[in-house]
Design a protein around this ligand. Structure first.
Ligand code: PBG
Length: 324
């Protein structure tokens, strides 16, 4: 017999002892499910590059939201895809815009489901950039007043939380001021504080129909090479009043999630983005990996890295598997 001072396997011998020493847990309430809303009735239009995900008309979205609520997920995040796009993205803050209508209808149908709205212009502009273009560049400060208007219009429609995703400087502060001025002091802001210019957003751009017609988003989203800068972004958003900080994408940026957990005292969210979803789906559909096993392990990995909440297209499947 080997003379060993410590045998780690002692604490792995049975399910009971493994459960007692388990350090992290994945729960349905940790998960936030993204939903793409389109105008019309009875529409479930599959997103080809995201098997299992569809663009939904409001009536269908209500059904999915009821299902999400019944499964006990933490909440859903809504993205609107309007019929009409223009250079100013004016549908984004229209009183009868697609998302304003959706928020109103979902709140009425599933009142206790926690509803988050993505606040960005890229689904609403005909050029698909995340703001107002001036000489081919997104003009930061002009965009801020639009983001403020969008957030207030979502609040008017009954949203629970807003999530600005455009990486404009000062977006959190402007949205906070706008909400507070209208008395919406209790609506939290989940900032996409640290959003990298990532190739992993590819399938989302099919889903949200927002591929830029020219150029890319590197003038406002972060360089994947940078780590220090992520902390600076997070600190800035805290000063501006962000309630929750998000890192996006997820899998290639777990170090950043951990940095955020260690350096800030705000709740942390991570966005397990469309490309990450597509990779797992494609491999699983080929029989190359076990979908349930890989998804649950990946989601637990986000928790272990330090995330409190996970935005993921796997949310409904994972919530179901966690029940079973
Ligand atoms: C833009 C936005 C994007 C995503 C969420 N909000 C795309 C982008 O910045 O190009 C990506 C989500 C995903 O890939 O799942 N408002």
């Amino acid at each position: 017999m080997a003379d060993l001072p410590f045998r780690p396997r002692r604490l792995r011998t049975t399910p009971a002892i493994r459960a007692m020493v388990r350090e992290n847990h994945l729960r349905a309430v940790d998960l936030i499910y993204p939903i793409f809303i389109v105008p019309g009735q009875q529409i479930r239009k599959p997103v080809v590059s995201m098997p299992g995900v569809s663009q939904l008309s409001i009536d269908q979205a209500i059904e999915v939201c009821q299902h999400a609520y019944d499964l006990g997920v933490g909440g859903v995040i809504l993205f609107g895809i309007p019929d009409h796009k223009d250079a100013a993205g004016s549908e984004s803050f229209a009183e009868q815009g697609i998302l304003q209508q959706a928020i109103h209808a979902i709140k009425a149908a599933v009142p206790d489901l926690y509803l988050i709205a993505d606040v960005c212009m890229c689904e609403y502009t005909d050029h698909a950039h995340c703001g107002i273009l001036v000489d081919g560049q997104v003009d930061n400060d002009r965009t801020l007043s639009v983001l403020q208007r969008i957030a207030v219009s979502y609040a008017d429609a009954g949203i629970d939380m807003v999530a600005p995703s455009g990486m404009m400087d000062g977006m959190v502060r402007h949205i906070r001021l706008g909400l507070d001025a209208k008395g919406y002091t209790q609506i939290p802001i989940m900032s996409y504080a640290i959003k990298y210019a990532s190739a992993f957003y590819g399938p989302f751009r099919d889903a949200a129909e927002n591929t830029p017609s020219s150029g890319d988003r590197r003038g406002y989203q972060m360089d994947p090479a940078n780590r220090r800068e992520a902390i600076k972004e997070a600190e800035q958003d805290i000063l501006e009043g962000a309630d929750i900080l998000m890192v996006k994408p997820g899998l290639p940026y777990l170090d950043i999630v951990r940095d955020l957990r260690n350096h800030t005292n705000r709740p942390t969210a991570v966005y397990n983005v469309s490309g990450e979803y597509a990779m797992i789906k494609a491999a699983a559909m080929n029989g190359w990996i076990d979908e349930q096993g890989t998804v649950l392990e990946m989601l637990l990995g986000f928790k272990r890295a330090g995330a409190d909440m996970i935005l993921t297209y796997h949310a409904l499947d994972a919530a179901r598997w966690l029940q079973g």
